[in-house]
Every structure is written in structure tokens, then in C-alpha cells.
Design a protein around this ligand. Structure first.
Ligand code: EPU
Length: 430
């Protein structure tokens, strides 16, 4: 697919590496792009209404390309130019998400609720486990079942039908799962009657999805709160929508300043979306000032230790934990981090230890004994945030760090290496 006529084309550079020569402070300003974890859902939401949808502030990311392929598979066409994604949705999408796409991006599972609502049926390959543990989708399926869907697993594919259509009901989630809340919300907007999702995820990306759906004609109250009420409507219409800024992208560049003792300003972000993360960075000795849509952080010569626990929003984001642990690996003192969202998200710990960090895991706890210095070596960037965290650790390490499997960063960060170079880091890419 050529740039400009399809979704943003970002090819996976599977074997590529990022080389970091440590010892340089990062200083300067980075413009934050639209949030990956919002735009992927907005693209799925477009399937709820035939016609032309326009999303702006869309980042050029591998995951956005993959979602574009999925939309193409179901019969929609996308075009991308200057951070604007136009999606043309047909009257009747093909209700199917194949394994090849679901495997490359778990968020593909979100088409289940949408396609069921629009087509009365859906065939979606089961995503299976990944590096963060088994990552079940039981809450997605239980909720959709309560709304009238029936499921059968055949040859690795979940075949879903709603023979009498979807109907509203009250659902109380066991855990405020982001994906389950979104899948149910996407299904509920076209369901018959009133749906209430209790113990819903409160992430800003979810509030943004609810805002988009309301612009499309949905009747949603409480998007972004723990109780979402939806009154189903018979049909929706396309809408234009600007994607909210990516708090994880902003947070990652701020930690780059924290770990190197530099000063970075992230422009075009929402400081409130990073409240807990900024509080913990301040506790580690960083100086943080914020404006309406920017954050400036100055790191100390050496960070202090700080304990923290990941929790659903507004708690400390699990997707910021590897970056924070990378910073704490060189802190003065011992920090304890508790991961409460994923069963297993610690593969990067062994890689940091290869660089000379002193980190132990004990169940869901990570004990980080700060060392004065890391030493560069080859490490495996096993997922988006791990790869970013290892690059940040490399900024503080003596000598050269080579982060392999660096294509993972393309899934979540646009121009990651270029932005770091713009901040003065000595980084390049093979
Ligand atoms: N869970 C269940 N059953 C379910 C659904 C979830 O047990 O039916 C569990 C998961 O196994 C996990 C926890 O609940 O342990 C949280 O999962 P959640 O559903 O909240 O996460 P998600 O929707 O699969 C999104 C982001 C992740 C982010 C999490 C948590 C997208 C595309 N992905 O995943 O982002 O870590 O929320 O905030 O929005 C990333 O961007 O690097 C990333 C992994």
C-alpha cells in the first residue's frame, strides 16, 4: 500500500536495533502525538456507521497500520495524510477478523462487539497469550453473552451470533478492564435498550471513545467514570474527531529527562492524564512544572528511590512501569514496584540486569536496588514499553547499548529515535 492512499504505512523492521551511546543529558521539547490506545478504538468505532469518518491527530504507528489492514479486510478503506485518517465504511462490513491480524495486534479483538452490533454475527480469531501472561478475554465474552450473544469456538476462531439482536442489560465487571469496557460500550451503543457497565475502566482514552460515539449520535453518560450508562440507538452517523494526546509517549520522554538529569518539555499533552506518574517522578527528585497543555520535567543528578504500584487509571499506568524501573535502576536507594494489572510483565528485568542493574522479582513485586552506573550491552526489546525502557536505560549507561527487536517501538512511538536525537541523545538505528 502506498503512503497517502491507505492507513499510515509503517513496516515492521523486525530485525532492527537501536544503538544508544550513554552519558548525554537529554534537553529540549517534544511534540506529543495522538494516543495509540485511543485511535485504535476510534478506528473500530467507525465500523458502527456507514460513510466517511475523519480522525485527526492520528500518529504514524505500526499498530495503526495493522488496524488499517483489519478495516480493509472487513471492507472499509482508509487514507492517511498529515496525521488525518479518513475511513470509508461500507453498508455491510465483512464480520471477520483473521488470526494473522489478531495475532499481530491483540486490540483486534475489539471488533467483536462492533461487528456483532452491526452485523448480528462475527468471526474473530482467539488472540491467545503473550509476554504479559495469558491475557484472557472472559469479561468481554461474559458481557456480550449477557447482551444476547452466543459463542462457539471452532478451530481457534470464536464464532459469535446474536440471533435476536443485542439487548441492553446491567453488567458489573470483575476488574476495570480497558478492552472489556470498550468492547461492551461499542456493542451497547446499537443494542436495544439500556446498558449499564459497572466497575468500568476510567482511562482518558475511554472517555475519548465515548465522546466520539456521542458525536456519532450515541447516547452515553459517564464515559471515563466507573459507571457508564448507554441508551441504545438504531443507527449512528460518521463524525470528525481529534484524538487525545498520548500520555504514554509524553511520560516516556519525561522519564528520559529524569534518568539523564536533563530538562524535557512535552508539548500538546494533558498534564492531568499523568497525575500519578508525575507525583512519583517528583518523589524521586524530579522538578515538574505544568501548563495547560505541556509538562516540563528536570531530572536530578541521580534519582532517589520511590515505591509505587500499578493500578487502573487514575493509578500509576502499567505501561509506564518498565520506563520507571529503568530510571530507578540507577537511583540512590531501593525501590519496590508492585504490578497489579498484568500477571507477568517482567521480561525486561533480566535485560536491565544484563546492563548491571540489581533487580529481583518476587511474585508481583519488583525490588530495585539502585546501582551507581549501568554498563551498555546487547539487550532484547521484547515489547513496546520494554524496548523504550531499555533505550532510556542505555541513555544513562556507560558505553554502547544495543536494543534488539526495536521494531516494537514503532508500534507505539512515532519517530522515537529521531525525537531522542532532537533532544540531544546519541542514538541511532540499524
Ligand atoms: N483481563 C482479564 N479478562 C478480560 C480482560 C482483561 O482477565 O476479559 C485482564 C488482563 O489479562 C490483564 C488485565 O485484565 O491482566 C488488564 O487488561 P485490560 O483489558 O485492561 O487491557 P487491554 O485492553 O488488553 C489496554 C492497552 C494496554 C494496556 C492495558 C492496561 C490497548 C490497545 N492496550 O490493553 O496497552 O497495558 O489496557 O492499561 O489499549 C501498550 O500500549 O503497550 C499496552 C499493552
Amino acid at each position: 500500500m502506498r503512503p497517502g492512499i491507505g492507513p499510515p504505512v509503517v513496516h515492521s523492521r523486525g530485525v532492527s536495533s537501536i544503538r544508544v551511546r550513554g552519558g548525554t543529558r537529554v534537553d529540549g521539547e517534544v511534540a506529543v502525538r495522538g494516543a495509540k490506545n485511543a485511535v485504535l478504538k476510534h478506528m473500530v468505532a467507525s465500523l458502527l456507521a456507514p460513510g466517511r469518518h475523519v480522525l485527526t491527530n492520528v500518529p504514524r504507528l505500526l499498530d495503526v497500520s495493522i488496524m488499517g489492514e483489519l478495516l480493509h479486510h472487513v471492507g472499509a478503506s482508509c487514507s492517511y495524510e498529515d496525521a488525518t485518517l479518513t475511513v470509508d465504511v461500507p453498508e455491510r462490513p465483512l464480520p471477520e477478523a483473521p488470526l494473522e491480524l489478531v495475532r499481530r495486534m491483540r486490540a483486534s479483538i475489539l471488533v467483536m462487539g462492533t461487528l456483532l452490533a452491526r452485523c448480528g454475527e462475527a468471526r474473530v480469531a482467539l488472540p491467545g497469550g503473550d509476554d504479559f501472561g495469558s491475557r484472557p478475554i472472559d469479561m468481554h465474552l461474559d458481557g456480550l453473552e449477557a447482551m444476547g450473544a452466543e459463542f462457539e469456538l471452532r478451530h481457534g476462531v470464536l464464532e459469535a451470533r446474536a440471533p435476536h439482536g443485542l439487548h441492553g442489560t446491567e453488567i458489573f465487571l470483575e476488574f476495570p478492564s480497558v478492552g472489556a469496557t470498550e468492547n461492551l460500550l461499542l456493542a451497547a451503543v446499537l443494542a436495544d435498550g439500556r446498558t449499564v457497565i459497572g466497575n468500568a475502566a476510567r482511562e482518558p482514552e475511554l472517555a475519548d471513545l465515548a465522546a466520539l460515539l456521542n458525536d456519532m449520535g450515541a447516547k452515553i453518560n459517564g464515559g471515563g467514570t466507573s459507571t457508564i450508562e448507554v441508551i441504545g440507538v438504531p443507527q449512528l452517523a460518521p463524525a470528525d474527531h481529534r484524538v487525545i494526546p498520548d500520555r504514554l509517549e509524553a511520560g516516556t520522554y519525561l522519564v528520559a529527562a529524569a534518568v539523564t538529569g536533563g530538562t524535557v518539555r512535552t508539548a500538546g499533552c494533558v498534564p492531568d492524564h499523568l497525575r500519578m506518574e508525575l507525583r512519583k517522578l517528583q518523589a524521586a527528585g524530579c522538578v515538574v512544572i505544568t501548563g495547560e497543555d505541556w509538562i516540563e520535567l528536570t531530572g536530578p543528578d541521580r534519582p532517589g528511590s520511590v515505591d509505587f504500584a500499578t493500578l487502573p487509571y487514575p493509578g500509576f499506568h502499567t505501561d509506564m512501569h518498565p520506563q520507571m524501573v529503568a530510571m530507578l535502576s540507577v537511583a540512590a536507594g531501593t525501590s519496590i514496584m508492585t504490578e497489579n494489572v498484568y500477571a507477568a510483565r517482567f521480561r525486561y528485568v533480566g535485560e536491565l540486569n544484563r546492563m548491571g542493574a540489581d533487580i529481583h522479582t518476587d511474585g508481583q513485586h519488583v525490588i530495585v536496588r539502585g546501582v551507581p552506573e549501568l554498563s551498555g550491552c546487547e539487550v532484547d526489546g521484547c515489547d513496546i514499553r520494554a524496548a523504550a525502557a531499555l533505550v532510556l536505560a542505555g541513555l544513562r549507561a556507560e558505553g554502547e547499548t544495543v536494543v534488539t527487536n526495536a521494531a516494537h517501538v514503532d508500534r507505539g512511538y512515532e519517530r522515537f529515535v529521531e525525537n531522542l536525537v532532537g533532544l540531544g541523545a546519541d542514538v541511532d538505528r540499524d
